[in-house]
Write a protein that binds this ligand. Structure first.
Ligand SMILES: Nc1ncnc2c1ncn2[C@@H]1O[C@H](COP(=O)(O)OP(=O)(O)OP(=O)(O)O)[C@@H](O)[C@H]1O
Ligand SMILES: [Mg+2]
Ligand SMILES: [Zn+2]
Length: 545
């Protein structure tokens, strides 16, 4: 009987059928051909990329009546038994459910027996990192002096949890995530064999969201073709998986570009009311920004389920702007995951993008500063500030420093003076005994909030103590003050309580809007950095061309 699921029905039966993982294939086939086998292999890598499949192919290659061979016949009884998981010489053990010492002791007794029909007794231990310490120790004894006829193949998604003593006795193979292109190719193969009707876009989208896991891609394909009669489109995939359509991301960016605060909040509210998952949205946004960034740098985008015409719009943005937006999302990822207020988190995050002048689309900035062409496609002006802005900032701003476009108008000037005054007063107060420890208390306070309410953390990002007076702490909020001060006030009593606990005395908090922090702006002499430098910073040299 044919296996029901695609992934089992189309499980590769030999090295040729295995997609990708070229280095694994090459090394293993060489070892088989030149009889340079070792007693223990470790297959490490993410889920569904071919570890168990390769282990079985290796087992077949070794035990086939024609073996050891890189072309197992797939006809002999040994091959057929292995394929059906019935071979007495190939034992698959699930490390997750056989984690204990007893099971490993049994295995140790077992390894002494000679193979019944094949050349080797092969133990495939899946999820080997799940074994208990005692089990590992017992296993180690066997690994130290393995009988000649025994080969271990350990598979794991978490190699860092496997003890070094075990690792050092294995030949390790790292299985990689599979590229979307390759996944798409494999899906096409299944589609053809199954005689299915799936649009190219849909295939691309499935390949894209599988995040390198072939099994996942195959099961999505299977699910969707089971439920949908007739042609399957990208919309079907989007709907079935609750994926946020890319239009939402590009609309969000549009609103950011237009500095439409109210529109942004309304749009986000509507999006989540429509049932889209908040986390999907967050990580989808990361993927979208990344794709735009790469396109804007004329680099190849591997995750390219976004249509060409959408990606082309990347040219409306300066790469640096995209990089900074992306950076912001990436940096807050952990905080986002921990946050219990994910919607508010995204709202705050989106609004914080508005705050930063250099994160504007080129079209926006150019019309603000130089009144030249308004066509985003044709104009990519250097980041030059108008004379007004230069005077205002007091230095020639190269446009490379963050938070460099101050809001125009006298009110801003006034608030700057205010801050100066406050700063003066603060220095006085700092001389008093209390202020120094209070600063430390504040630091600890920030640290503590970082592990919990992340929207508080976000609001307090780039905040600073501007005044300490007795038990009153005045905090300057630089990050989108209109919104964040409101939010902090809503939490005020809770925050004060906590601060009091840390300070060991009753504390009160006050929040004030401040100008952008000084340390963030660069002087006139700072050398402008190239966009690529910025990008490399963010990706820490990880860019794969
Ligand atoms: N490299 C690959 N080439 C072709 N098909 C693959 C590949 N990797 C995975 N598949 C498909 O996914 C299915 C599952 O693969 P396999 O069981 O080998 O994954 P795995 O790496 O062991 O995953 P897990 O860590 O979840 O056990 C296979 O039956 C096959 O259909
Ligand atoms: Mg497996
Ligand atoms: Zn055979």
């Amino acid at each position: 009987m044919e296996p029901r699921t695609f992934s089992l029905r189309y499980r590769p039966q030999n090295f040729e059928e295995l997609f990708d993982q070229e280095h694994v294939k090459r090394t293993l086939t060489n070892a088989i051909q030149h009889n340079r086998l070792v007693h223990a292999y470790l297959f490490a890598g993410p889920r569904g990329v071919g570890k168990t499949t390769t282990a079985r192919i290796l087992a077949k290659s070794l035990n086939c009546v024609e073996g050891p061979t890189v072309h197992p016949c797939d006809k002999c009884s040994t091959c057929l038994e292995i394929k059906a998981s019935k071979s007495l010489d190939v034992l698959e053990i699930d490390g997750a459910s056989n984690r204990g010492i007893d099971q490993i002791r049994e295995l140790r007794e077992n390894v002494r027996y000679r193979p019944t029909s094949g050349h080797y007794r092969i133990y495939i231990i899946d999820e080997v990192h799940m074994l208990t310490t005692e089990a590992f120790n017992a296993l180690l004894k066997t690994l130290e002096e393995p009988p000649r006829h025994v080969i271990f193949i350990f598979a794991t998604t978490e190699p860092h949890k496997v003890p070094a003593t075990i690792l050092s006795r294995c030949q390790r193979f790292d299985f990689k995530r599979i590229a979307p292109d390759v996944i798409a190719k494999r899906l096409e193969m299944i589609i053809e064999k199954e005689n299915l009707d799936v649009s190219e876009d849909a295939v691309r989208l499935i390949a894209d969201i599988a995040d390198g896991g072939l099994r996942d891609a195959e099961s999505v394909l299977e699910q969707i073709t089971t439920f949908k009669q007739g042609r399957v489109t990208a919309e079907d995939v989007t709907e079935l998986l609750g994926i946020v359509p890319y239009e939402r991301f590009s609309h969000l960016l549009k609103l950011v570009g237009e500095k439409d605060e109210a529109g942004l909040l309304a749009f986000l509210e509507q999006t989540f009311a429509a049932g889209y998952d908040v986390a999907e949205f967050y990580f989808g946004m990361v993927g979208f920004l990344r794709a735009l960034l790469f396109t804007s740098l004329d680099m190849r985008v591997e995750r390219s389920s976004f249509p060409e015409n959408v990606l082309k719009r990347a040219k409306e943005y300066r790469p640096k702007e995209l990089a900074r937006m992306l950076e912001r999302f990436l940096k807050s990822e952990e905080a986002f995951k921990r946050s219990r207020e994910k919607v508010i988190f995204i709202e705050t995050m989106a609004l914080s993008l508005l705050d930063m002048g250099e994160k504007q689309p080129v079209s926006k900035e150019s019309s603000r500063s130089t009144k030249t062409s308004t066509s985003p496609q044709t104009s990519r002006p250097k980041a030059q500030k108008s004379p007004l802005q230069q005077n205002h900032a007091g230095v020639l701003n190269t446009g490379e420093g963050p938070a460099s476009i101050p809001e125009e108008g006298p009110s801003k000037q006034a608030s700057e003076n205010d801050t100066k005054k406050v700063e003066g007063e603060m220095r006085e107060v700092e001389e008093s005994v209390q202020s120094v420890p209070l600063k430390q208390v504040w630091k600890r306070f920030i640290k503590e909030t970082e592990t919990e309410e992340s929207f508080v953390t976000l609001a307090l990002q780039a905040s600073e103590i501007i005044e300490t007076r007795n038990n009153l702490l005045t905090i300057g909020i630089n990050n989108n003050p209109e919104l964040n001060i409101g939010r902090l006030k809503a939490e005020q009593s809770h925050l004060e309580e906590r601060l009091s606990r840390l300070a060991g005395q009753k504390m009160r908090l006050e929040f004030k809007a401040t100008k952008p922090m000084k340390k963030e702006s660069r002087g006139p002499k700072s050398k402008p950095r190239s966009a690529v430098e910025d990008v490399l910073d963010i990706f820490k040299g990880d860019i794969v061309r």
